[in-house]
Design a protein around this ligand. Structure first.
Ligand code: G6P
Length: 367
């Protein structure tokens, strides 16, 4: 069937708005509602024998890998290595026994990721894939296929595939934690409750679309934009910067908040918008103090936080974006929405070709 934009101006916006539905759809196939337990598809190997995880991907999918590292290490207490596929393949990586090699890919056809998967298979490692296109090469070649149910993604800049990949990554982390004996039933049930809340929280986040559109003009004139985040919001800062670069052609960089003073702070003046992704929680105060160091040097801060966080630190920001109050586990999935919308509206303000940005391809099947 022909896919159209419906009432939306661009596929990207349509796909951003599909997220509550497609994330719910994806989560549904990874959660047993009665047991309130996470469930992976059947596999013909013993997941409990896994002792380490290597996650390989490109672009937006690689940030899912980085967030997965935080989750798998936190919950399953397994060491995780993450790399972009183009580097992984050529650095003669060390693959120890009992490794689970995970690839993350919307298309399942990205040349570098596919080659990394084949490399891992040749090394005798058990592989798994978080993949959106079920008929793709990667989907056929992995030992354990963990599908995302995002539906076809047309916009070149990935949006709904990203949040669906995160939902599956969370399920993988929880499942690994259970089989490794690091999570009891009560703890798992609590996590499942948080995951089940994600679609509604994404819906609430979408309600800030107009407010985000209103602030796009202030960013559209910038030459450089910096994104800051800590913990799982650090990869999200990278994703925010990538989205903005891809579709608005503004130079942008994501940084771990604590790295700010080791270089990027030299770039700060009153022409540089600083997008701070900081849900309230254990890391909030630290990120805020990094933000204030930049504000003292003139940075125009856009603070993305919840009501508690904005009440505490929103005062000196040039703009704030209020997110629902969510558990830190699911924050990167929910906070992806304002990050996507901000890039989208800045690109629209600049008049770029949002769905078909220059020089980019939806699926990169050559090296
Ligand atoms: C291209 C797309 C990105 C995507 C990357 C990886 O560069 O423009 O949006 O993140 O490929 O694609 P994959 O299909 O492997 O997720």
């Amino acid at each position: 069937a022909m896919i159209d934009k419906g009432n939306h101006r661009h596929f990207m916006l349509k796909e951003i708005y599909e997220q509550p539905v497609v994330v719910a759809q994806t989560l549904r196939s990874y959660i047993r509602p009665l047991e309130e337990q996470v469930a992976l598809p059947d596999m013909d190997f013993d997941l409990s024998s896994i002792e380490r995880v290597v996650i390989i991907a490109c672009g937006t999918a690689s940030y899912v890998g980085m967030i997965g590292k935080y989750w798998i290490e936190q919950f399953a207490r397994l060491p995780v290595e993450v790399d972009v596929a183009s580097e992984y393949r050529y650095r003669d990586p060390v693959l120890l026994p009992n490794t689970l090699g995970v690839v993350v890919s919307q298309s399942g056809e990205t040349a570098d990721t596919l080659a990394a998967l084949r490399h891992m298979k040749e090394a005798g490692v058990t592989t798994a894939g978080i993949i959106n296109v079920p008929t793709s090469s990667m989907a056929r070649e992995v030992d354990l296929l963990m599908p995302t149910h995002a539906g076809p993604e047309i916009g070149v800049a990935s949006t709904k595939a990203f949040t669906c990949q995160l939902a599956v990554m969370a399920a993988l982390a929880v499942n690994l934690a259970r089989v490794k004996g690091k999570l009891d039933e009560v703890q798992e049930r609590e996590i499942v409750h948080h995951l089940v809340e994600v679609p509604a929280a994404i819906n609430e986040a979408l309600a800030y679309d107009d407010a985000i559109a209103d602030m796009a003009d202030t960013i559209a004139d910038a030459r450089d934009v910096l994104y800051l985040g800590r913990g799982t919001d650090f990869p999200l800062a990278l994703e925010g910067a990538l989205k903005l670069k891809e579709i608005s052609y503004i130079h942008a960089e994501g940084y771990a908040s604590g790295e700010m003073k080791h270089g990027p702070i030299a770039l700060i003046d009153d022409n540089v918008p600083l997008i701070v992704i900081a849900p309230s929680g254990p890391l909030f105060d630290k990120t805020v103090s990094n933000m204030q160091e930049a504000q003292a040097r003139g940075a125009k801060v856009v603070l993305i936080s919840d009501a508690d966080g904005l009440a505490q630190a929103g005062e000196d920001a040039v703009a704030t974006i209020e997110m629902p109050k969510v558990h830190p586990l699911i924050a990167p999935i929910v906070y992806a929405v304002p990050v996507q919308l901000l890039a989208y509206h800045v690109a629209v303000a600049k008049g770029t070709d949002v769905d078909q940005p220059r020089n980019l391809a939806k699926s990169v099947t050559v090296e």
